[in-house]
Structures are given as structure tokens and as C-alpha cells.
Design a protein around this ligand. Structure first.
Ligand code: NOJ
Length: 562
């Protein structure tokens, strides 16, 4: 076991736009984050990941960058950034930034130049193609945000590729100059003192030569197809990451986490293996994609606990001792975990604590998404026009033409899986707008803020917040939490998720009830509870309990040292 700060630390993700607004313009900002450092310190986190804060026209809330070396005006200035970094370091907290280099904004000077003429020295910074024989898009790929992945530029008569919105043209990683620009920019930020990068869709950067169309049978009602087989973990992605590692990453004591959709644990080993010189860890999506129906995330379906177990089991096992896992359920692209994997009504607190117990006892680095530590829930806006996320709004446009979903069906899907669930403002207190802003918030506040907010969570000693604090403290005291080997117990149980953790001669058992009813847990015979010591639980337990047969309450969580 190789000890590293980024393995033992806990990451807290901040979506700056929705965290805390210091100047009343309705948009969270850097000064707002500085103001909340004492709160984060109190919680006990070690590392902050900031979603993009760079100059951007904000087509996709900052994931469309027009200048990688300056700060979005709404968020503050470079001076504010430096103050923030300094204040975090003073508080013993590290800072990792978002690196968005699969694409830039179409308003980035590189793209403006690239678009200006076919002979521009920047033309080859992006992926331009002639129309096909019928004068249409060069291939049939669909963009992640609906419609074709190609946009015609009238002036030069060619199309450019954009796997995301048309304001997010894909950079051409085949071009050595592009790679050099990216490495220089990364070095510039490291020299400023940042502690790492979260790398946006980093496994999409290498596309298969010739950009072939996806097969006809994949074409949907919109006339396009998901071309993932030609760019997800593409042919040269490992080569590029090794080059990046050699040129930049290896020179600093930093952490890296790659966002990698559609990957297997085998891919996970390729990206994070300690002998690979690529990344420290990745975000895989298999578990958060559970329960997708015929229209994907928009038509959710029930899934079984054993499906979750199977996925996590293979990631835990495959990466054990050789790679490293990121542990998360929620981020700015996912619904709130207590709504999706727990119960956000009568068992909100218990299930929020149970899910936290789970993520923080697996092998890997846990991520807390802002508000998760107080058990914030999904929001249910009444109509689609209250949403701000372009993924939702583009889908709405799409279904008007394809008719694959009614508006009502889409709204239902959005309530469960829409990205804005995680993007409503952080709930600080019960004052208007949850204390997030004195102005008009850029997106509606979840109406449940009077009941769920930081203020209340700090006052209530039995709150989700205080439970997270305890968990984080425990993780600092017990290396078995990050490093211990995970072994599933009762593999086939559809309501109880239990596993042992082992590190040298230390052994723990974690017992979790993932359901909203009581359930009997019968200890397997080979696990000796005679000298078991309770480490943490989310209900009051009785010392006289017979630990060989435990009646678990809804969403109960217990950790015992054996
Ligand atoms: C993944 C990011 O997390 C998401 O928010 C963004 O829309 C896409 N990548 C495109 O950058």
C-alpha cells in the first residue's frame, strides 16, 4: 500500500455559481467561497475541486472556455483567485481545478482564428471536415446535448465537430501544437500553486482516424447516432496522457482525476494503474447510470441493489492495490444522491447518513458534492422553462420534433435525473433565497430550504452534517477506511449491502440497509462478533443487541471493528 495525500483526503466539490454569492448579483463567486472556508474547515474536508471558473460565455456554465488563463468576471478577478488559493492553503486545504480541453468555447481566440479561413494557422486546432457527398454533415454522430455533432460554418463551407454543444468545438489533439498549448497552460496553473486537475471528458480526446459514421441500426428518431465507439477511450488517449504526465504532471506533487464516461475496470487500470504514469484516479459512470430506460436518463426505471453491488464489486476488486477509485454518487451532472439512491422524504436523514457511510468506507477517495453534507434533495420545478441546463432545454427542443417523449414525460425524467437538481443554490439558512444571495438567484432555490439548511444542520447535533464530520474524523484516524480491502458479504441480498474491510491484522464489517423497511441481518458464521466494537452507526444502538442477528431499521448503517 503506497500512501498518498490524495488517497487519504476527502474532496469537496464546489459548483461556484451556486455556492455563495458575496455581492448580491444572484451568482455565487470566489469571495463567497473565501467567506465559507471556516465552514469547510469545520466539516473536515482536505481538498476542494472547483468547477470551471475561467472566462466563458457560459453556454454550458463554464464548460465552454474562452480564456484558460483568466477568471469569469461574474466570479471575480485573478486577484480574488489568488486570495482564495492562499486562504485555502493557510487552512490546510488543497485546491484542484477543472481542466476542460476536449473542447474550448467557440469564442476562444483559437477558434475565432480557426474559423476565419481554411488557411489560418489555427485551422488545424479544431476538427474541420468538408460536407459529405450529399452536401450534409460529414458523419452521423449525435452530440451529447442533442442534434448533430457537426456545425456548418457558412463562410468556409466546412463543418466543425462538437461532441457537446455547438458552442463547444472539439480541439484537435492530433495537432502537436494544441497539446503543447494545453501543457503550457497546465504548467502556468501549477506554477500558481494549484494542487491538481479534474479532467473533463478526458477519454474523448482521441478520435478514430477517418471519423467513421456509427452503424445505421444505431440511428434514432432524430436521424443521428451515438458514435462513442469512435472516440470513447480512443486510439491515442493513453499515449496523450502519458505525454501529458511526462511533460507536466510528473513535475509536481499534485492530484489528477479524469472524468471518463463508458469505461470498464480494465480501462480504469489503464488510466490509473500505478505503473502507467497517466492519472491518479477516474470517475467511472456505471453505478450512476443504473436504472436508465429506453430514452436513457429521461426515462428512469427501477434497478436492483445487486446490480449496484456487481458494479462496485468489480471496480473495488480490479483496482485494489494497483489503481485507485473515486467514490461518488452526486456531482453537478447527477441528481442528488439522497433522492436517487436513498429516500428524500421520511427517511432523508437516515438514508443520507447511510449513503455517506458507504462511500467513505470503500477503497478510494470520496467526493462530497456541495449540500450533500446536509442531505440536500432534488428539486421539482413545475415547468420546463424554470430550468437553466442546456442539456434539458436542448432535449426539450428535440422531443418537440421527434415526439419520442411528451413534455410531461420529460419533466418527470428531469425531476429524477436532470442536472439542475444538483445546481440549485446551496441552502445556508432559512432567510430568503436560503441565504445564498441577497439578489435574485440565477436559478430557483429548492423550496425545502427552510427545513434543510446549513444553519439547522449545525444546530441539530443529530444532523447529517454532524454525521459527515464524524465520518471524516474517523477516516483520518483509521487507514483501513481508504486502504482496506473490500470483500462483499451476502452477495445476493436485495436489501442489505454488507462488506468487510481488511488491512493487515485489522478487520471491519460495514452493514447497510438500502431499503425503507426493517430487515433481518444474519451474520455469516465465519464472522466473529464476540469482541466486535461499534465504530459508527446512524441510529442509537443497544450494547446488548445480539450481533449475530440484527434487525436493521430503515436505511440503518453500522460499522464494527472485529
Ligand atoms: C462533463 C461536465 O461535467 C459537464 O458538466 C459538461 O457539460 C460536459 N462535460 C461538457 O464539458
Amino acid at each position: 500500500m503506497e500512501r498518498k495525500w490524495w488517497k487519504e483526503g476527502v474532496v469537496y466539490q464546489i459548483y461556484p455559481r451556486s455556492f455563495y454569492d458575496s455581492n448580491g448579483d444572484g451568482i455565487g463567486d470566489l469571495k463567497g467561497i473565501i467567506a465559507k472556508i471556516p465552514y469547510l474547515k469545520e466539516l473536515g474536508i482536505d481538498i476542494i475541486w472547483l468547477n470551471p471558473i475561467y472566462a466563458s460565455p457560459n453556454d454550458d456554465n463554464g464548460y465552454d472556455i474562452s480564456d484558460y488563463r483568466s477568471i469569469l468576471k461574474e466570479f471575480g478577478s485573478m486577484q480574488d483567485f489568488e486570495k482564495l488559493l492562499n486562504a485555502l492553503h493557510q487552512a490546510g486545504i488543497k485546491l484542484i481545478m477543472d481542466l476542460v480541453v476536449n473542447h474550448s468555447s467557440d469564442e476562444h481566440p483559437w477558434f475565432i482564428e480557426s474559423k476565419s479561413s481554411k488557411t489560418s494557422p489555427y485551422r488545424d486546432y479544431y476538427i474541420w471536415r468538408k460536407p459529405n457527398e450529399e452536401g450534409k454533415e460529414p458523419n452521423n454522430w449525435r452530440s451529447v446535448f442533442s442534434g448533430s455533432a457537426w456545425q456548418l460554418d457558412e463562410q468556409t463551407g466546412e463543418y466543425y465537430l462538437h461532441l457537446f454543444s455547438k458552442k463547444q468545438p472539439d480541439l484537435n489533439w492530433e495537432n502537436e501544437k494544441v497539446r503543447k498549448e494545453v501543457y503550457d497552460m497546465m504548467t502556468w496553473w501549477f506554477e500558481k500553486g494549484i494542487d491538481g486537475f479534474r479532467m473533463d471528458v478526458i477519454n474523448f480526446i482521441s478520435k478514430v482516424d477517418g471519423l467513421p459514421s456509427a452503424s445505421e441500426d444505431k440511428v434514432g428518431a432524430d436521424g443521428y447516432a451515438w458514435g462513442g465507439e469512435y472516440f470513447v477511450t480512443g486510439p491515442r488517449v493513453h499515449q496523450y496522457l502519458q505525454e501529458m504526465n511526462k511533460e507536466v504532471l510528473s513535475k509536481y506533487d499534485i492530484m489528477t482525476v479524469g472524468e471518463t464516461g463508458d469505461v470498464s475496470p480494465e480501462d480504469g487500470m489503464m488510466f490509473t494503474g500505478s505503473d502507467r504514469d497517466e492519472l491518479n484516479m477516474i470517475f467511472q459512470f456505471e453505478h450512476v447510470n443504473l436504472g436508465q430506460g429506453k430514452e436513457g436518463k429521461w426515462t428512469p426505471e427501477p434497478y436492483r441493489l445487486t446490480e449496484l453491488k456487481t458494479i462496485m464489486d468489480k471496480w473495488q476488486k480490479k483496482l485494489h492495490g494497483k489503481g485507485w477509485n473515486s467514490l461518488y454518487f452526486t456531482n453537478h451532472d447527477q441528481p442528488r444522491q439522497v433522492s436517487k439512491f436513498g429516500n428524500d422524504t421520511i427517511h432523508r436523514k437516515e438514508s443520507a447518513k447511510m449513503l455517506a457511510t458507504y462511500l467513505h468506507t470503500l477503497e478510494g477517495t470520496p467526493y462530497i458534492y456541495q449540500g450533500e453534507e446536509i442531505g440536500m434533495t432534488n428539486v421539482q420545478f413545475e415547468s420546463l422553462d424554470q430550468y437553466k441546463d442546456l442539456e434539458i432545454l436542448n432535449k426539450w427542443e428535440e422531443i418537440k420534433h421527434t415526439g419520442t417523449l411528451t413534455e410531461e414525460e420529460l419533466l418527470k425524467g428531469v425531476h429524477i435525473n436532470g442536472r439542475d437538481n444538483a445546481r440549485t443554490p446551496m441552502q445556508w439558512d432559512e432567510s430568503p433565497n436560503a441565504g445564498f444571495t441577497t439578489g435574485e438567484p440565477w436559478i430557483g432555490v429548492n423550496p425545502n430550504y427552510k427545513m434543510i439548511n446549513v444553519d439547522e444542520s449545525i444546530k441539530d447535533t443529530d444532523s447529517v452534517f454532524h454525521y459527515y464530520k464524524k465520518l471524516l474524523q474517523l477516516r483520518k484516524e483509521h487507514l483501513i477506511m481508504p486502504y482496506g480491502k473490500y470483500q462483499l458479504v451476502l452477495e445476493d441480498h436485495e436489501q442489505i449491502y454488507a462488506y468487510t474491510k481488511t488491512l493487515e491484522d485489522e478487520k471491519w464489517i460495514v452493514i447497510l440497509n438500502f431499503g425503507d423497511t426493517e430487515v433481518l441481518f444474519e451474520m455469516p458464521l465465519d464472522i466473529q462478533m464476540k469482541n466486535a466494537k461499534l465504530i459508527l452507526a446512524n441510529y442509537v444502538t443497544d450494547e446488548r443487541d445480539n450481533l449475530d442477528k440484527i434487525m436493521l431499521k430503515p436505511y440503518e448503517a453500522r460499522i464494527y471493528a472485529l
